[in-house]
Design a protein around this ligand. Structure first.
Ligand SMILES: *[C@@H]1O[C@H](CO)[C@@H](O)[C@H](O)[C@H]1NC(C)=O
Ligand SMILES: *[C@@H]1O[C@H](CO)[C@@H](O)[C@H](O)[C@H]1NC(C)=O
Ligand SMILES: *[C@@H]1O[C@H](CO)[C@@H](O)[C@H](O)[C@H]1NC(C)=O
Ligand SMILES: *[C@@H]1O[C@H](CO)[C@@H](O)[C@H](O)[C@H]1NC(C)=O
Ligand SMILES: *[C@@H]1O[C@H](CO)[C@@H](O)[C@H](O)[C@H]1NC(C)=O
Length: 351
C-alpha cells in the first residue's frame, strides 16, 4: 500500500468516527496515538490556518492533531475545528479564554496532561455549546470541572484525584450523557449527583473510596462498575429498580452475607455479576437468566444449588455459562451430581 493510500484511508476513517458510538474500550484508540503524526507537515489551507505545533489534515480540516508533542500550553484553535486532539502532552492550564474561538468543538481530547483543578478557568468549557466528548482522564484534577457543557455524551475523568461530585453544579441537565468514567479517583461520597442523568448507560466508579453504593443512580444503567471500593452492604431491593441493568461488577469490596438482603441479586436481566474478592460465605440467590457469575476468592463454605434453581424441571434451569468458585472453602466433592440438571449450560465450573 502506498503512503498516500494509507493516509486517505485514515482520513476516511476519521470522517466516519463521529458517527460511531463506542462503549467501553475505544476501538479507535490507535487513531489518537503516534500514528496521527504521519500527517507530517501537511497543513490545512482553510481559513484560520493551523498552529505550527499541530497538524491539520487538508482533507479533514475539522480535525486538529496536537497530541504527543510536549506542549505545555494550549495552542490557538481555529474556529472550524470540531475534533481536537491534545492528549499526551504536558499542558498545565486551560484559561477562561483558551477555548473562546473553539465554538464548534465536538470532541476535546485532553487525557494524559498535567491539568490541575486550580488551573482550569471556571468558564473555560462553558462556551463549547456543541461539545459531546470530553476526555480528561490521567490528569491531576482534585475537583470536578465547573460549568461543563450540558451537551456532553461521553465524559471521561478517570485517573485523577477527585474527592467529591456534587449534583446541581456538576451534572444537572446533562440529559444526553451516556458514558461516565470516574474510576481511579478518591471519591468518598456521590450523594445524589447522578440521579437525573436519564441517558446514562455506563457508569464506572471503580477504584474509589466509596463505603456504600451511591444513593440515587440513574435507572437506565446497563453497566455498573463498582469494584475496588470498600462497600460492605447493599440497600434492600437495590438492583430491582434498574430495568436495563446487565453488567454488575463489585469485585474487591467488603461484602458480607449480612450486608446483602435476600434476593438482592435475583433480578432478571442481569447477564454478568462479579462478586469476586469479597467476604461472602454463601452463594446468594441469582436469577435463572444470569450467564456469568464470578465468586472466586470469597469464603464460600457450601455449594447451594438452590441459589441457582429453586425448582428444577425440563423448562426451569439456570442459563449460567460461567461459574467461578475457586479460592473458596469448598472442593469439587461439595458440588452435588444433580447440579448438572440445573446448571446444564455451565461448560466449566471452577472450584
Ligand atoms: C480568537 O480569535 C481572535 C480573532 O481572530 C484572536 O485575536 C484571538 O487571539 C483568538 N484567541 C484564541 C485564544 O485563540
Ligand atoms: C501531577 O501528578 C504527578 C504524579 O502525582 C506529579 O508528578 C506532577 O508533578 C503533577 N503535576 C502537577 C502540574 O501538579
Ligand atoms: C440531546 O440530544 C438531542 C438530540 O440530538 C438534542 O436535541 C438535545 O438538545 C440534546 N440535549 C442537550 C442537553 O444537549
Ligand atoms: C428469584 O425470584 C423469583 C421470583 O421473582 C423466585 O421465583 C425464585 O425462586 C428466586 N430464585 C431463587 C434462586 O431464589
Ligand atoms: C417452572 O416451574 C414453575 C413451577 O413448577 C412452573 O409454573 C413454570 O411453568 C416452569 N417453567 C418456567 C419457564 O418458569
Amino acid at each position: 500500500m502506498t503512503v498516500t493510500m494509507r493516509v486517505v484511508i485514515v482520513f476516511l476513517l476519521s470522517a466516519l468516527l463521529p458517527l460511531s458510538c463506542s462503549h467501553g474500550q475505544d476501538p479507535f484508540a490507535w487513531l489518537y496515538g503516534p500514528q496521527s503524526q504521519r500527517f507530517g507537515s501537511l497543513q490545512a489551507d482553510t481559513t484560520g490556518g493551523c498552529p505550527d505545533e499541530c497538524d491539520c489534515p487538508p482533507s479533514f480540516p475539522v480535525a486538529m492533531y496536537c497530541d504527543g508533542r510536549g506542549l505545555t500550553v494550549m495552542p490557538t484553535i481555529p474556529s472550524r475545528v470540531k475534533y481536537l486532539y491534545l492528549q499526551n502532552n504536558a499542558i498545565t492550564a486551560v484559561s477562561d479564554s483558551a477555548l473562546v474561538n473553539a465554538t464548534n468543538l465536538e470532541w476535546l481530547m485532553m487525557h494524559h496532561n498535567q491539568l490541575t483543578s486550580d488551573a482550569i478557568g471556571k468558564k473555560a468549557f462553558m462556551q463549547l455549546q456543541g461539545l459531546e466528548r470530553l476526555y480528561l482522564q490521567h490528569n491531576n484534577l482534585t475537583t470536578f470541572p465547573s460549568n461543563l457543557p450540558r451537551t456532553l455524551r461521553d465524559l471521561r475523568i478517570n485517573h485523577n484525584k477527585i474527592k467529591k461530585v456534587m449534583y446541581s453544579a456538576d451534572l444537572e441537565g446533562m440529559d444526553n450523557l451516556t458514558i461516565l468514567y470516574l474510576h481511579d479517583n478518591a471519591v468518598t461520597d456521590m450523594g445524589t449527583s447522578l440521579k437525573a442523568l436519564k441517558s446514562l448507560t455506563l457508569l464506572d466508579i471503580s477504584s474509589n473510596k466509596l463505603t456504600k453504593v451511591p444513593e440515587a443512580l440513574p435507572e437506565n444503567l446497563h453497566q455498573l462498575y463498582l469494584e475496588s471500593n470498600s462497600i460492605d452492604s447493599l440497600p434492600e431491593g437495590f438492583f430491582s429498580r434498574f430495568t436495563q441493568l446487565q453488567y454488575v461488577r463489585m469485585a474487591h469490596n467488603q461484602l458480607t452475607d449480612k450486608g446483602i438482603p435476600a434476593n438482592t441479586f435475583n433480578v432478571t436481566g442481569l447477564v454478568e455479576l462479579d462478586l469476586s474478592y469479597n467476604k461472602l460465605e454463601r452463594i446468594p440467590p441469582v436469577s435463572t437468566t444470569l450467564q456469568h457469575l464470578y465468586m472466586q476468592a470469597n469464603q464460600i463454605k457450601e455449594f447451594t444449588l438452590g441459589s441457582f434453581c429453586s425448582v428444577m424441571d425440563v423448562t426451569n434451569f439456570s442459563k449460567l455459562r460461567t461459574l467461578r468458585l475457586d479460592g473458596n472453602e469448598i472442593t469439587r466433592q461439595d458440588i452435588p451430581t444433580e447440579s448438572t440438571l440445573c446448571l446444564r449450560l455451565a461448560s466449566s465450573i471452577e472450584v
